[in-house]
Design a binder for this molecule. Structure first.
Ligand SMILES: [Zn+2]
Length: 266
């Protein structure tokens, strides 16, 4: 009987040393250990083992804490460095978004006749060589209508520039002569005369190159000249002037709005 109880006790000694037993079991074990020297001696061994293990673990914890203390500045530094890097990256992203908004926010519109001649914010493909100098027009002709509408980022601006001038017979002849002698600074091309590309006789320097059109329409009977510059895909619904002043083949190069719509599967 004593032998059997010892076996049960020894099975439980580890748990007891680790303080994992219930109160009842604890009382039972303590009573047994008081009376049984063999079990007591085994318990002593187990207790030493468990305590040694505990000491080892707490030593490891202490060494870890010591290292943490010793290297806290390095750790703090690394952490701050990481924070700064993240802040820097976030800053870069916001800066990028902000500047791209700046770049794309160019939008200039005027329909005031007195504004004609200042193309300071114009960044289009054409040098606008056909348009008369501001002072020349003031001396020799009368501006009836002027519309300047450019928007989008510098290199991809969509532009509509429309200028309608009225001349006396003499002025009209002079202006036509001036137009026919114009050289386009960039390409060296002469302004070309087009009798049938437009509703009216026309002179142009750019026609459907990169969806650019720069031309004048000669309305001889009315002694009027209409100067037009179109850049990018201008939807006909957004035109600021009459459709009959567009080139006859306008938008038939496969890159205009109506074509895009016809390919829309919805
Ligand atoms: Zn025993």
């Amino acid at each position: 009987m004593q032998q059997k109880e010892c076996m049960i006790v020894r099975d439980l000694l580890f748990s007891y040393a680790e303080e994992l037993t219930s109160d009842n079991t604890k009382v039972f074990l303590e009573n047994h250990l008081k009376e049984c020297s063999k079990c007591r001696s085994i318990y002593q061994d187990i207790l030493e083992e468990v305590e040694a293990q505990r000491a080892k673990e707490s030593g490891r914890d202490k060494r870890f804490l010591y290292k943490l203390k010793r290297y806290r500045y390095q750790i703090l530094g690394a952490f701050l460095g990481m924070l700064l890097t993240i802040a820097f990256i976030i800053g870069l992203v916001f800066y990028g978004i902000w500047t791209s908004r700046e770049r794309s926010s160019t939008e200039i519109f005027t329909n005031k006749i007195q504004d004609y001649g200042s193309f300071e914010d114009y960044h289009g493909y054409s040098k606008l060589s056909l348009f008369p100098p501001k002072d020349l027009t003031a001396q020799n002709g009368e501006i009836l209508e002027y519309i300047y509408d450019c928007s989008g980022p510098k290199l991809y601006q969509t532009c509509q520039i429309y200028l309608e001038c009225s001349y006396t017979a003499e002025e009209y002849a002079k202006e036509v002569q001036r137009l026919q002698q114009i050289k386009d600074d960039g390409t060296g091309l002469l302004a070309l005369y087009s009798p049938d590309g437009y509703e009216y006789p026309a002179i142009y320097t750019m026609k459907n190159t990169d969806t650019c059109n720069e031309y004048v329409l000669l309305l001889e009977e009315e002694q009027k000249i209409i100067y037009i510059y179109l850049q990018g895909i201008v939807d006909r619904r957004d035109l600021h002037f009459q459709e009959k002043y567009l080139p006859l083949d306008y938008g038939q190069d496969g890159m205009n709005f109506e074509d895009v719509e016809s390919y829309n599967i919805y």
